[in-house]
Design a protein around this ligand. Structure first.
Ligand code: IMP
Ligand code: ZN
Length: 346
């Protein structure tokens, strides 16, 4: 998969021995959204079939979005980023196309001579479409993921804009699949960070945790998020946090004291402009505290990155990277493996 942007520049600056070191490093990808991680070649194929079909009511938007994904387009704010998903969803609306997209993602992370990671936790929000129920959506993803056995876990994402009826349905599905012994390892709160009232999701996360599912929450992703919201989310006792960019001292103390793993998505933050530069990225604070972190990609499709390239951002010399030593990077890879959700535990 072709990569571009800051992580690609960091990777290109490394010596062959350093690249080999990163390739052989033991690591887990813990924060990858399915529909944001579909390889561009798979999107192009799905897009072609959509455009060739007699019914393609969103053809112009699909065509334009695929063009943007191939060539990249500057995001003004994080809001621009979310607009791509409704278009991608036209291409993964049947069980067959969703299964192909899932296979593409699993292949991108786990196959080949140098797999991106040793273990992948793939997250996705079950969508109800004209062709499938939310439950069939989740079963379709799990069927593909389980072919990789213990190398993959699936996380059910709850979108912040969903209402009570949907979260109740998602909870029922999560508990049912967990009860059947499927490889559903956790639940996530995601979606446009300015939407919804997080208090509405308290029961969902409480019940999921009680059932032994891991809990990860996108938290403090944008500067306008309030300290009250952040503290409310922390009161759900999450095992991991996505981004955690704008934590105040009180929230940071809770995260450190409870050893809550922070999923760090460097390129995602830089391209969505929630962080202005690597030098000011909150990863520095966590590194200083030797706090549990996992380096992750978030959405390799729009961000045109890879897990290897995200690790290159750690190893490359400033200003392209953080200039960490190989030992420090190795320790970060080990941390990501430690932070996996385990089947049967919370
Ligand atoms: P899906 O759950 O497989 O459909 O993956 C795409 C969805 O993940 C998007 O519609 C968003 O709701 C969510 N998502 C992807 N990236 C981010 C992020 O950085 N912050 C919050 N939500 C995200
Ligand atoms: Zn995310």
């Amino acid at each position: 998969m072709a990569i571009a942007g800051p992580a690609a520049a960091a990777l290109a600056s490394l010596k062959p021995g350093q690249v080999a070191f990163l390739q052989s490093l033991e690591k887990a990808e813990l924060h990858a959204h399915l529909n944001g991680s579909i390889p561009i070649a798979v999107i192009q194929q799905l897009g072609k079939e959509y455009l060739d079909s007699p019914l393609s009511p969103h053809g112009d938007a699909v065509y334009a979005t695929i063009g943007q994904l191939i060539h990249g387009s500057e995001l003004e704010t994080i809001d621009d980023f979310f607009s791509v998903f409704p278009i991608i969803y036209h291409l993964t609306s049947t069980p067959e196309s969703l299964a192909r997209a899932t296979r593409g993602v699993l292949n991108a992370f786990l196959d080949g001579d140098h797999p991106q990671c040793n273990y992948l936790e793939l997250r996705t929000g079950p969508r109800e479409t004209e062709y499938m129920s939310r439950e069939l959506y989740m079963r379709t993803v799990l069927n593909e993921a389980e072919k990789y056995e213990e190398r993959v876990g699936v996380i059910l994402s709850l979108d912040r804009k969903t209402g009570q009826k949907t979260w109740q349905e998602c909870l029922d599905i999560a508990l049912k699949l967990k009860g059947e012994g499927r490889r559903l390892v956790g639940v996530d709160l995601c979606g446009e960070p300015s939407m919804g009232d997080v208090a509405d999701f308290q029961t969902f996360f409480y019940e999921a945790k009680k059932a032994g599912l891991g809990v990860t929450l996108h938290i403090a992703e944008i500067v306008s998020g309030t300290p009250e919201e952040t503290l409310k989310l922390l009161s759900f006792q999450p095992d991991r946090l996505g981004h955690a960019t704008f934590l105040n001292k009180e929230a940071m103390d809770i995260v450190i004291k409870n050893n809550i793993c922070v999923e760090i998505c460097l390129t995602s933050n830089l391209l969505c402009k929630t962080v202005t530069a690597l030098e000011s990225h909150h990863i520095r604070q966590y590194l200083k505290e030797n706090h549990l972190i996992a380096i992750c990609t978030d959405d390799i499709l729009p961000f045109r990155t890879s897990l290897l390239a995200e690790y290159a951002l750690l190893l490359a010399q400033p200003p392209l990277g953080l200039g960490l030593t190989e030992d420090e990077v190795k320790e970060i890879g080990e941390m990501s493996l430690r932070a996996r959700f385990k089947i049967g535990s919370s």
